[in-house]
Design a binder for this molecule. Structure first.
Ligand code: SAH
Ligand code: F3S
Length: 433
């Protein structure tokens, strides 16, 4: 009988890709099969996130639950970013944990499961990281890493400490991986990196100079590949060449994630983001001029140390001007090993909560306004998910989630859909015959 594996994945798309790789390694080398219920598993893994404090708390409460109810003899391993930053302290706090494997070390999963109490959290680059297995959780789209780590030093962010310095994966490996995904039926690739448009800054050895724009051009030559998405680009690196390629290359999906973080140039400076409010708005203007149909999403942090009411008003001002199609908003959470954790001009927690609420209600109004534009319009949708309620859902080129009544046969196909009913996160429509 095969051994059973349960993995819980917290955090970002890069963690999801790491999970796919670990599942594939454990399948091929150790004969594991995945199960949905951790109580049946011989090996329980938590792939962790440490970007804010809450997921770290969640880890320890989950670990307790897993340990209490797990099958007798089952092992528990902690992987990912919290593994990288807490290391052996995890085993000190939860002695029943069998091993700790950092975000940069996931290729070692098949070895570490045999080493009791091992801690592998080296963040130096290792070329074995580049060759991720082709196992995909969705047959329709392929997540592909294009770089590892991050070389920025945003003062709030722990990621450079958990994922190490930035290394670009050679473009020929990325193109070969995308080609294999297309050969296996995927029509969309989703390129991943902490800072994708800084691609090409550093390769591990001698390598031809290839920047992100050139990588996109090369990838779009793959026949049968219809859609290219990526996350996340950095506003600082959005030069004209990149925006023009985005706008005019028909394979690149017209949705851009532009993580603003704050609308105040003063706060942006304290965050060491490398751009100002004016630069951000200028890039949005350029993007909208080249590509009016593009949707724009963003990340915003409120209550960063020193954020005054006036600074926060600048954030609301950018929101009113840009009218983002989606916002991921967070209250600042001090993280270990970051510069900002030492800042003493903290914002009162209650003020932070109020700002978050104010921001989210403004966004709700903007979304209702934005959605009205979509009524009666037709979008080309790539269907990927079968919903429980007799609907099938997918995304438009510009990343709007749309559902229609239907079944499996729509999955993996492109269809024209006319919008008949609006919602903030999902629109409903009917197929255009
Ligand atoms: N470059 C990565 C950023 C990863 S962190 C990417 O673009 O995907 C994802 C988001 O979490 C950040 O954009 C930021 O908005 C938020 N975040 C990071 N550190 C944070 C902190 N200390 N407190 C609150 N939010 C944070
Ligand atoms: Fe974090 Fe800034 Fe890099 S948000 S991942 S340090 S670009």
């Amino acid at each position: 009988m095969s051994k059973k594996l349960f993995i819980e994945t917290l955090g970002c798309a890069m963690n999801s890709r790491d999970t796919e790789h670990m599942i594939a390694e454990l399948r091929e080398k150790e004969g594991y099969e995945s199960v949905e219920d951790y109580r049946e598993a011989d090996l329980i893994l938590i792939n962790t996130c440490s970007v804010r404090e809450r997921p770290v708390h969640k880890l320890f409460s989950e670990l307790g639950t897993f340990n209490k109810n797990k099958k007798e003899g089952a092992k528990i391993g902690v992987c990912g970013c919290t593994a990288s930053h807490l290391g052996k302290d995890i085993i000190k706090r939860a002695p029943y944990v069998s091993f700790v494997l950092g975000a940069r070390n996931v290729s070692k999963i098949a070895e570490i499961i045999h080493k009791d109490k091992a801690v592998e959290i080296d963040i130096n680059y290792d070329e074995s990281e580049f060759a991720f297995k082709d196992f995909r959780s969705s047959p329709y789209k392929a997540y592909i890493n294009i770089s590892m780590g991050c070389d920025k030093s945003c003062t709030f962010c722990i990621v450079p400490k958990t994922r190490g310095e930035e290394i670009s994966i050679p473009d020929e490996l990325i193109i070969a991986e995308a080609q294999r995904a297309v050969d296996n039926g995927a029509k969309e690739v989703f390129l991943l990196g902490q800072n994708v448009n800084n691609y090409g800054r550093r390769f591990s050895g001698e390598h031809e100079k290839v920047n992100f724009t050139e990588l996109l051009r090369r990838l779009s030559k793959i026949e049968g590949l219809e859609r290219i998405r990526f996350t996340s680009p950095h506003p600082f690196h959005m030069d004209d060449e990149f925006i023009e390629e985005f706008a005019h290359n028909p394979k690149i999906c017209k949705s851009m994630h532009m993580p603003l973080q704050s609308g105040s140039s003063k706060v942006l400076k304290d965050m060491k983001r490398g751009y100002t409010k004016e630069w951000f708005l200028n890039r949005v203007e350029k993007l909208r001029a080249e590509c009016p149909e593009a949707t724009i999403s963003t990340d915003i942090i409120v209550a960063f140390p020193g954020e005054s009411d006036e600074d926060f008003e600048h954030t609301l001002d950018v929101m009113r001007k840009v009218k983002f199609d989606q916002i991921f908003s967070f209250k600042y959470s001090p993280r270990p090993e970051t510069e900002a954790q030492h800042y003493t001009n903290v914002v009162d927690d209650e003020v932070g909560s109020q700002r978050l609420q104010q921001l989210q209600s403004l966004q709700a109004e903007i979304l209702d306004e934005n959605a009205k534009r979509h009524m009666g319009k037709t979008f080309r949708v790539y269907f990927e998910d079968l919903n429980a309620d007799g609907y099938v859902s997918g995304r438009s080129d510009n990343n709007i989630v749309i559902k229609v009544k239907g079944s499996e046969e729509l999955l993996g196909t492109f269809q024209d859909v006319r919008i008949t009913s609006l919602g903030r996160t999902i629109l409903t429509g009917e197929l255009v015959a």
